[in-house]
Write a protein that binds this ligand. Sequence first.
Ligand code: TGC
Ligand code: FAD
Length: 386
Amino acid sequence: MHPTTLFAVDGLLTEEEREIRSAVRRVCDRELRPNLTTWFEEGQIPARELARRFGELGVLGMHLEGYGCAGLGAVSYGLACLELEAADSGLRSLVSVQGSLAMYAIWRYGSEEQKNEWLPAMAAGERIGCFGLTEPDFGSDPAGMRTSAKREGGDWVLNGTKMWITNGSVSDVAVVWAQTEEGIRGFLVPAGTPGFTATDLKHKVSLRASVTSELVLDSVRLSQEAVLPGALGLSGPLRCLNEARFGIVFGAMGAALDCLETAIAYAGEREVFGRPLASFQLTQDKLADMALELGKGLLLAVHLGRLKEAGTITPEQVSAGKLNNVREALEIARTCRTILGASGITLEYPVIRHAVNLESVLTYEGTSEIHALVLGKALTGHAAFT
Ligand code: TGC
Ligand code: FAD
């Protein structure tokens, strides 16, 4: 039995959703999987080429309406994230940051001119975006950010540093969040603007098939047209995070599923003490536990997707999904790694790659501790962040 049939999750999906999932899976199998080990080992991806391919596939900003976006439901978007992350979390990251952070920020808070200028080209993958919220000293606590935007005549002048920014150096536009006299505001900073530089962070052990950069803004002068008019205050970027976190609820289960499928196949073939590893009770106990967590995680993801489609999902529910599904995916990846023994530490199998990638996923888009605190606040009424 395939692990996902245990909970009959497919029965909860529409035909269109299953077709979208198959289309993304086909591209992953034929065009991405053959390259994943090389991209991970070399720590480099052909980001522009991939973005154009993802644009053709229609997954960039696929849950947004208009401006060249497909306007599909949340579950369809989630299933695309699941398939991409079953290949590699870094590829899902590229798509999440483009569609759920950079495009979403412009789509939700941008002027008509900004939307028309950026969204159709970004949906097509012809232009890439990034989202600069985190700073070297302010990750979990973005309210403390030091990046500032000050008015000078009719212009804005930005100074500061953003850290750990996915797609940073390959982006055509950076959505940069900065402190202003009025509160936190978002700015569109085109690549090549004088004073703006993006430098890649090297020596990553996790998410190697993803571009991660530092952005430096040194007296970057922007016109009034660069401000996102609809966002004021920290709730602006945090609403974008809800979108990307939702995709991760599904995505993490993709990485877990790829690990579990690999472990089941390996345990069936590998003989220890004269019989298949799969026939030992301890192995079956591990597999049963993992199938339970995978199934529960998928059900939670689809349930949250339906709430999102109905427009009733809350940030706390997204936190619950991100916390649970990433934590369980990481646990599944680690347990699958034990089933593969020494083979589990090589890139011949995808398991260790998923496991180290999921360490980043546990940290970005709100660490597991931050999501626990969000739930703690909801349950008790006491905020324990500070
Ligand atoms: P707090 O005072 O609680 O809230 C400030 C304002 O924001 C509102 N708010 C939210 N709005 C929408 N969605 C949410 N999830 C929200 N959470 C809070 C809140 O109502 C308030 O609004 P208003 O109108 O009253 O001003 O803020 P706080 O400073 O106490 O912080 C709360 C906390 C810690 C939960 C928040 O700062 C947080 O989520 N921190 C984690 C930061 C984070 O997740 N960073 C991610 C950066 S992007 C990234 O990692 C991309 S990786 C992508 C990839 O490669 O896939
Ligand atoms: P810190 O906030 O310094 O946290 C360190 C530890 O302290 C964590 O365990 C944390 O949970 C814990 N902690 C913090 N506060 C509390 C508390 N109140 N109580 C208890 N424990 C606490 N950011 C972007 O803006 N855009 C991106 O595109 C982006 N991409 C990323 C890609 C990668 C590969 C990675 C690794 C990160 C990326 N990030 C991005 C940054 C990411 O969002 C931050 O790393 C994350 O929010 C945590 O911030 P930090 O690393 O500064 O850790």
